[in-house]
Every structure is written in structure tokens, then in C-alpha cells.
Design a protein around this ligand. Structure first.
Ligand code: ACO
Length: 334
């Protein structure tokens, strides 16, 4: 796929260290082997070196010796990491003893490595639930300045090239924050504009704040939230093209956009769709993926102070390779 090829080329030009905490998991190891053979990122695998070695042999992988392997029970900085974790989480009731135990958990160790600049980004989730991957990241690296919530965007690649940017669109939040306030929804929109630029390569993100109402056609507290979020997003980033409340047809079909929201800079030509809550976003991206046979690339986590991305447990080897390419681009700040 051209999009992924470009991401890999950009990543290869500025190689980052991506840590894979599920280093003994079969699909993760196979993905690491492909990434190392293609050479677009440096890979750190967390797991027992013996287990990684025997799995690599069993799977016939030829490139794993190019990875850095970190034994979670034997990392030279475990004490430093435990002290740091205790320092930042003691106010939340964490004891030093608990911190010492937590740092040997690969999902905590990987985030502490990133925080300590011993790695540049992380991809996990082939073997662990979303909450278990995200919690250490929320606790340790936290969010970017001005952003209080992490959210998850998908780059959707549609067969119908009339939509978005030659068939490419960004959908958010489809993965993380169940019920955002108006302020949080505004932050999700602003963060999605960055993802649209840096990952999807859109020069001009055009952001539709979706609702079941277009320009006040329906009255409801849910519509009020979207209207308020649009106002806040415009204040946060006055340079962005952003509009709402818009129904999805008014957002993406030019004739309907013109009819329902005539002077909107976004209606009819949106390339970024912001859903009012996670139910809408998650349901919508999966329906488009299945019913329109679209590629759904992500979730790309946005708003986090370091690039950490979560896989679905049903992921394929190529899903992991692709998400590492995205994470490497985020880490390089490309
Ligand atoms: N952004 C930033 N920080 C957050 C966020 C967020 N979106 N959500 C929680 N946090 C922080 C909290 O402030 C808290 O920090 P603190 O301990 O320093 O005070 C910490 O994370 C833990 O907060 P909890 O409310 O206890 O969060 P919990 O860990 O229970 O849940 C989670 C977070 C797992 C992300 C939850 O919101 C969730 O389950 N979301 C849905 C995920 C999901 O199932 N998505 C659909 C599947 S993914 C897919 O289909 C692609």
C-alpha cells in the first residue's frame, strides 16, 4: 500500500528505537523480524532472552539478532525506574515495594524506558487489553501541553476516491475516551488535525464536528455539546478549518453540504471526522471498514506526550509492522 510505503521510507530516513514489550509473542516476533529486515526502525524486544531465542528459531526468523533484547528482570536501571515510579505515583498511594514489582512488568518497563529516553516509542496490545497498555502511559508520560485527553484516530483508506483526500480520511476518537466533555472533544479535534498532517499527510485538515444536527437543525443537549466543542476548538486553534454541528452527509457530500450549511468552509469536503463520543466513533469506523471494504489504519494514539500505540488483540503481523511505521514517524516528529 502506497501510504504505508511512504511511512516506512520516512521512518527509515530517521531511524527511531521502538520498544515491543510483548517480545515473546509470536506475531510480535514475526513483525520485528520483518521490520529489522526492512530496516525502517531499531527494535527493542522485552522478554526472556532464552524464550525470544527459542521462539525465533522455531519460527525460522533470521533477523532477530539485530534487535536489542531486554530481560525485564535484569534491566540495569530497574532500581532507578522503581524510584522514579514511586516518586511520581506515591501521591496516588503507590508504595516503593509495589513500584519495584511494577517495573518488571514489560508494559511499565517499556513506558519507563521511553520516559528515560532509553527508547523513542512503543507498540503493544497483541497480547494485552487496551486498558493495560494505556494505563502505564497515562500514569507516566501523560498528555501533551494544552491537551488533557488521549484519543485514538484511524486513517481510513476508502475505495471511493471522491471522499476526503483522494479517498483518505481521519476518524476520531474511535478507540479511547468514552464520553468526552465539550472541552475534551475540542482537544480531540485539535489533536486529530496534527495526526491528519503528520501521519495522513494532509496539507489542509478540514474538520467536521459530527452530530445528528446540521447548524442547529435539531435541539438537544448532545447537539449543544458539539456546538460548544466547535467553539472551543476554534479558540484553541484559530488557524484550523473546523465546523460543526454537521451531520455526516452534510460533512462529506458536496451537494448536501451546500444545501444544509452553505457558507461552511468544511461542509461537503471534510477530510477529518470527529465523532461526539466513543460509541459513535468505534461503531462508525468498524462499519465503514467492513461495509465499504476500507483499510482502517490505527488506532493512532494522539495527545500523549510520547508515541505509544495500542494494537487490537486480533491484529495480524502486518498490522504490527504498520503501527510500528506510524509510531516511528510520530517519534521522529515527521
Ligand atoms: N487521556 C489521558 N489520561 C487518561 C485518559 C485519557 N483518555 N483516561 C484515563 N486517564 C488517566 C486518568 O486521569 C488516571 O490518571 P491518574 O491515575 O494519574 O489520576 C489514569 O489514566 C487511570 O484512569 P482511570 O479512569 O482509572 O482509567 P482506566 O484505566 O480505568 O481507563 C481506559 C482508561 C482503559 C482507556 C478507559 O477509558 C477505557 O476502557 N476506554 C475504552 C477503551 C476501549 O475499550 N476502546 C475500544 C476498543 S479499541 C478498538 O476497537 C480499536
Amino acid at each position: 500500500m502506497e501510504f504505508i510505503k511512504q511511512l516506512k521510507e520516512r521512518a527509515a530516513a530517521n531511524k527511531q528505537r521502538i520498544v515491543l514489550p510483548e517480545g515473546t509473542e509470536e506475531r510480535t516476533l514475526s513483525a520485528a523480524d520483518i521490520i529489522l529486515s526492512e530496516g525502517f526502525a531499531n527494535i527493542i524486544l522485552i522478554g526472556s532472552p532464552d524464550k525470544i531465542g527459542s521462539e525465533a528459531t522455531r519460527l525460522g526468523l533470521k533477523n532477530i539478532d539485530k534487535a536489542v533484547i531486554v530481560d525485564p528482570n535484569n534491566h540495569p536501571k530497574l532500581d532507578d525506574y522503581a524510584n522514579y515510579l514511586y516518586e511520581i505515583r506515591q501521591s496516588k498511594g503507590l508504595t516503593l515495594e509495589e513500584a519495584r514489582k511494577l517495573v518488571t512488568n514489560p508494559l511499565y518497563l517499556s513506558v519507563l524506558m521511553i520516559k528515560n529516553r532509553d527508547a523513542d516509542g512503543e507498540v503493544a496490545g497483541a497480547d494485552n487489553a487496551t486498558g493495560d497498555v494505556l494505563r502505564p502511559a497515562f500514569q507516566i508520560v501523560k498528555t501533551l501541553p494544552g491537551i488533557s485527553v488521549v484519543s485514538g484516530a484511524f486513517v481510513m483508506i476508502l475505495n471511493n476516491k471522491e471522499f476526503g483526500e483522494n479517498g483518505m480520511m481521519v476518524f476520531a476518537d474511535c478507540a479511547v475516551h468514552p464520553d468526552p466533555t465539550a472541552r475534551e472533544l475540542a482537544e480531540i479535534a485539535v489533536a486529530s488535525a496534527s495526526t491528519a498532517r503528520s501521519i495522513a499527510g494532509f496539507k489542509e485538515p478540514r474538520i467536521a464536528m459530527l452530530s445528528f444536527s446540521t447548524k442547529g437543525s435539531a435541539k438537544h443537549a448532545m447537539v449543544d455539546k458539539v456546538v460548544e466543542a466547535t467553539k472551543i476548538a476554534k479558540e484553541m486553534a484559530p488557524e484550523l478549518l473546523i465546523d460543526g454541528d454537521l451531520q455526516s452527509d452534510a460533512a462529506i457530500i458536496p451537494a448536501i453540504g451546500t444545501k444544509k450549511a452553505g457558507n461552511s468552509p468544511v461542509a461537503g469536503k471534510a477530510n477529518v471526522l470527529i465523532f461526539p463520543n466513543l460509541e459513535c466513533g468505534n461503531i462508525a469506523y468498524k462499519l465503514v471498514q467492513r461495509m465499504a471494504n476500507a483499510e482502517a489504519i490505527g488506532p493512532v494514539l494522539q495527545g500523549m506526550a510520547a508515541p505509544i500505540n495500542d494494537l487490537s488483540r486480533g491484529c495480524s503481523v502486518s498490522d504490527i509492522v504498520n503501527l510500528v511505521a506510524i509510531t516511528a514517524n510520530q517519534a521522529a516528529g515527521i
